[in-house]
Design a protein around this ligand. Sequence first.
Ligand code: NAD
Length: 268
Amino acid sequence: MQNYGFQACGVDGAYLAFDIKEEEVPEFVKSMRLLNIQGCNVTMPNKTAAAQNMDELSPAAELIGAVNTIVNRDGKLYGHITDGEGFVANLKDHGIGVEGKDIVIFGAGGAATAIQVQCALDGAESISIFNPKDPFFARAESTAEKLSKETPDCKVSVFDLADEAKLKEEVANADILVNATLAGMKPHEELTLIKDKSMFRPDLVVADVVYNPAETRMVKEAKEAGCKLAIGGKGMLLWQGAAAYKLYTGLEMPTAEYQKFQEENENK
Ligand code: NAD
């Protein structure tokens, strides 16, 4: 996608994959300065180590303590995280804003935290986080604590996913319901965190971050129940990449042309 954007916009660049181990991140970051690499993306498990080696962090990256995009400006390295931005941009592309909205989010891992922070920064009214009582639960509590200081106008609450009555109550009051867990992702296609389908209402927006499969069971059932919008994670993937592209080139990714190109070449 990045190489497509470079070609389409006449940028003299190449996007390459490098296999870097977590303990090698500081050395890689140094080589970005040495080789004058203009930017890069960082994926799991290197996002936290990368954040610890930046000269400056964006507000979202600072709050999350992770970066997925690095921009090199004259040897100074800026760390950003575009996962949350990609999620919000994808909703916007479907005509939905997060400002003033009540949002229920499943998950407390990397994707979920990025979405929670971005939605709070973008003016969501409230965020209710549901997660199993696994090791990620404490991260949800820590996110809620940080956001209560940084974005006090957004009310953030954390609940045990096992509390079905609370989940029903929160979803009934929500504008947007998001799954940002592994539920529904291959090989867990049969798993949905909405067991009671009567929770879906026509005015509820349902979004999944899972993009494999493109349509999860939760999204499929939300569509069948008549929710006004039910979308999978492919659009978020596109928009987080487009946001990274803009950060290192200053240009808009030709997303519509790229999507057409991708559809035409998907099965080749
Ligand atoms: P992670 O490992 O950081 O977090 C996993 C989360 O899932 C945790 O909150 C955990 O408690 C929860 N979980 C795991 N098993 C569960 C179960 N059986 N029931 C309920 N909750 C469960 O993972 P991540 O990096 O945040 O990725 C989560 C999902 O988001 C993956 O499917 C990934 O592909 C997707 N993702 C999509 C995009 C995109 O652009 N669309 C970007 C990043 C991640």
